[in-house]
Design a protein around this ligand. Structure first.
Ligand SMILES: [Zn+2]
Length: 74
């Protein structure tokens, strides 16, 4: 069994776009997500939803996601 030390999440933000984005997909359309580092959000371009990252853990729930404004830059 693989045990991840708690502090392994500290480097997560630096590696998310390279590693986790290959694994993480939008729960609605199963499409790839964009990582907005400044906002700490994972964005689905297709559904125009931004999934929040709380305590370094992505919350991949549609009801938790923020709907992007029509004029919001992706
Ligand atoms: Zn989607």
């Amino acid at each position: 069994m693989m045990i991840f030390p708690a502090n392994c999440w500290h480097d997560w933000r630096d590696t998310v776009d390279k590693k986790l984005l290959d694994i993480l997909v939008c729960p609605l359309c199963k499409g790839p997500l964009l990582f907005n580092k400044a906002a700490q959000e994972l964005i689905c371009k297709v559904d125009r939803l931004a999934y929040p990252i709380r305590d370094d853990i992505p919350v991949m729930l549609e009801e938790e996601a923020r709907r992007l404004e029509a004029d919001e830059e992706i």
